[in-house]
Design a protein around this ligand. Structure first.
Ligand SMILES: [Zn+2]
Ligand SMILES: [Zn+2]
Length: 505
């Protein structure tokens, strides 16, 4: 029988394993990882010092998720190859069933080990459909992380500095899977579960040394100029300073890039809060969003006829995650992330299906980031580019953005400019990015209710594809007076999300 208590082999402090399924723990006195064997306790080395943010979950927390009790036993901090870190939580459900909980881009994943075979790592790439057990999932990200730090108990021998390769996959209707390939040599382990929002976690008891306060506004000093910058979302990874344009890593508080351009400020003030309704399967809600960041993106060669630019504002709500407001050809679009598993792309690049609607491909191009200011939930970099594709059905757009390691899907609908003006105090400024084309633009006046009509129609109209190939008028087209609007942009920006998938065994 394995040792469950004893002195820390490094500092002699008293150590006790609480969960029978735990194999190692981080000594709270000296921060060395201690693994238990049949006979003794062994030291695997010290974890890095990291400052744990005011995160939503922490070891010692107890609560319920979909009617089942859970406790958080341990936390892992992993380093992403493109910089920055992410966290994963080792949890026990009903006091005994191990699970992993992680957060990425405002969504939460809960997975448990599944006894199904994993496909060979080399065969996997973003957007590939994969059969796992009874379900079909789509690869969203293939990447790796390095075990940097942690606390509490973990179900495997967590040696600091160990590299872990993972593949994250989404399925239809909120299903989620992650495959842990270890260092690439060891046997892979498949984890299957769900993707959800934080609203489904009911935390009843907070543990650890963490302050009792809920997520609260904090700020950092710009590591370049010393300016005070608010951090409005706990998931923010990169901050572009509004005073000096330097781009910094939020957790490490280090400058990672400079932007030389002096630009006029965005047309919506960062930090501004406003109400815009959103829809999900259960209905339509008035949600207050905070404007976190602003980007200018473009495609084509600067100065040439094929150059085309647009603006994007990142919105955040703690319960609903992230959305985007895209300003393109004089019109605003509200952009919602989609799971890759909710889009049937088997006939791409000709068309894709989403909610049984048929979306024809409209365009595809490299989309570049030219300028950023404010905060972002991924490792945004100026000059980075992704392969972007748009598919249209009536006034709806389904878009994908792809890199070598990741694919992201999103859904866009037109939102009247009057709604944006009322919600966020939008004040138009002359800019090449998103400028109206001749005869376009304008937007509806006083039509604040229209967005509700649009989203309701979108949610409930998408039953059958009655007229594939008819791009002209479908579900929502009667609602808006902002004609001619299909965008060349949209999508959750990809590049380097912090994914899940670090399972132990
Ligand atoms: Zn110790
Ligand atoms: Zn600065």
């Amino acid at each position: 029988m394995a040792v469950t208590s004893g002195p820390c082999p490094n500092c002699g402090g008293s150590i006790e394993f609480r969960a029978g399924s735990s194999l190692s723990l981080v000594c709270k006195y000296c921060k060395h990882v201690v693994v238990r064997t049949d006979r003794d306790l062994r030291n695997l080395g010290r974890v890095a010092d990291v400052t744990f943010g005011d995160t939503a979950l922490a070891p010692g927390d107890r609560g319920t998720f979909r009617g089942r009790s859970f406790s958080i036993e341990g936390r892992l901090v992993l380093q992403h190859p493109q910089g920055g870190t992410w966290e994963e939580y080792y949890a026990l459900f009903d006091g005994r069933n191990p699970a992993w909980i992680s957060e990425a881009q405002g969504y939460w994943q809960v997975v448990t080990a599944a006894p199904v075979p994993a496909p060979p790592l080399a065969a996997l790439r973003p957007q590939l459909p994969v059969q796992l057990g009874q379900g079909v999932f789509v690869v969203q990200e293939k990447n790796e992380g390095t075990f940097l730090s942690g606390e509490g108990e973990l179900p495997f021998a967590a040696t600091p500095g160990t590299r872990r390769i993972f593949v994250d996959l989404s399925g239809p209707q909120g299903s989620w899977a992650s495959i842990d390939y270890g260092d690439g040599q060891s046997a892979p382990q498949v984890f299957v579960g769900v993707q959800t929002s934080f609203a489904e976690f009911q935390v009843q008891q907070r543990g650890g040394d963490r302050p009792v306060a809920a997520v609260k506004t904090q700020s950092i000093k710009c590591p370049n100029c010393g300016g005070d910058l608010p951090v409005l979302s706990p998931g923010s990874e990169r901050m572009a300073c509004k005073y000096c344009n330097a781009i910094s890593d939020v957790k490490l508080q280090q400058v990672v890039a400079q932007q030389a351009q002096a630009r006029e400020g965005p047309s919506i003030e960062l930090g501004r809060r406003g109400v815009v309704p959103v829809a999900d399967a259960k209905g339509v809600y008035n949600v207050e969003w905070t404007v976190l960041g602003y980007m200018e993106r473009s495609t084509g060669s600067p100065g040439s006829d094929d150059w085309f630019g647009w603006q994007e504002y990142l919105l955040y709500n703690a319960q609903h995650g992230y959305r985007w407001l895209v300003f393109d050809e004089g019109n605003f679009l509200l952009v919602t992330p989609l799971a890759a598993g909710d889009v049937d792309a088997s006939r791409a690049p000709v068309f894709v299906n989403h909610r049984n609607l048929h979306f024809q491909r409209r365009n595809a191009q490299q989309a570049r980031v030219d300028y950023v200011v404010g905060e972002f939930y991924w490792k945004v970099a100026v000059g980075e580019s992704v392969w972007a594709e748009d598919y249209v059905h009536g006034r709806e757009v389904v878009s994908s953005e792809r890199t070598e390691t990741e694919v992201s899907w999103s859904h866009s609908v037109v939102i009247p400019t009057a709604v944006v003006t009322q919600a966020f105090g939008y004040q138009p400024k002359a800019s090449q990015y998103g400028a109206a084309v001749v005869g376009g633009g304008g937007g509806a006046n006083g039509l604040v209710g229209l967005i509700v009509v649009i989203v309701v129609v979108l949610v409930f109209a998408g039953v059958a594809c009655g007229s594939c190939g008819d791009d002209g008028t479908s579900s929502s087209s009667s609602s808006s007076s902002t004609g001619g609007i299909y965008t060349t942009s949209g999508g959750i920006r990809s590049g380097s999300s912090s994914g899940g998938g670090f399972g132990g065994k």
